[in-house]
Design a protein around this ligand. Structure first.
Ligand code: BG6
Ligand code: MG
Length: 215
């Protein structure tokens, strides 16, 4: 019996994954590192700092600690500027209906995200009140692909992992959920289709009862 639903944020609940990509692309261009959506797949789900390390690895570059920190702040500035008008219309297809319905039916909902901006985004999109527990990038020692974020989310819901489902769009997130022993539903990103337990194009497609019957 599934009682808890744990959602990644960027690319699962909200369309912000593109904003992260655009900000990293700008930085990659400035650093003259070849970077396209293909390379960006490796960054999805990683913390801000791990994303910059991955970008520098791609370009076989190393920079000073100070420059590293400056770029992180710069990236967040660009990103926050790009989402300054974010609102409920930026939720991905089917999300609002799905979480409303599950909340009404007394499922426990949580967010497990690498983003340090998660609380801000949940508030701006007016869905924060649906979640019993929000674990964001400020609250974990080891970010995805480590399972800590999802383990803390299930503990926050007071549920064993076997009673929770994780929804993810990134390879690092699927690895984290699997390592943590969770069922994982892949959302939207065809690149992860084969590594998750079940795949949906968007939340509107997901039928929890049928999924429960299949496991
Ligand atoms: C993840 C995104 O949810 O959060 C990554 O998939 C992003 O692309 C990461 O880098 C960190 O986000 P933030 O908002 O803390 O820079
Ligand atoms: Mg994501």
């Amino acid at each position: 019996m599934i009682k808890g639903l744990i959602f990644d944020l960027d690319g699962v609940l909200v369309s912000t994954e593109t904003n992260h990509y655009v900000a990293w692309k700008l930085i990659a261009d400035e650093l003259k590192i070849p970077f396209t959506e293909k390379e960006n797949e490796k960054l999805k789900g990683l913390s801000r700092a791990d994303s910059l390390s991955a970008l520098l690895d791609l370009g076989k570059r190393s920079i000073s600690h100070l420059k590293f920190k400056t770029i992180l702040d710069y990236k967040n500035k660009i990103y926050l500027k790009s989402i300054e008008k974010i609102n409920q219309s930026n939720l991905l297809p089917g999300v609002l209906e799905f979480i409303k319905e599950k909340h009404e039916k007394n499922h426990l909902l949580a967010v497990g995200s690498s983003s340090r901006n998660a609380h801000f985004i949940l508030k701006k999109t007016k869905i924060d009140h649906f979640f019993t527990c929000v674990i964001d990038g400020n609250m974990v020692k080891k970010p995805k692909p480590d399972p800590e974020v999802f383990i803390n989310a299930s503990s926050g819901l007071g549920l064993p992992r076997s009673e929770c489902l994780v929804f993810e769009d990134a390879e690092s997130g699927v690895i984290a959920a699997k390592k943590g022993g969770f069922h994982v539903i892949g959302v939207g990103n065809l690149k992860i289709k084969d590594s998750c337990d079940y795949f949906i194009k968007n939340m509107g497609e997901f039928d929890l009862s049928s999924y429960e019957e299949s496991i």
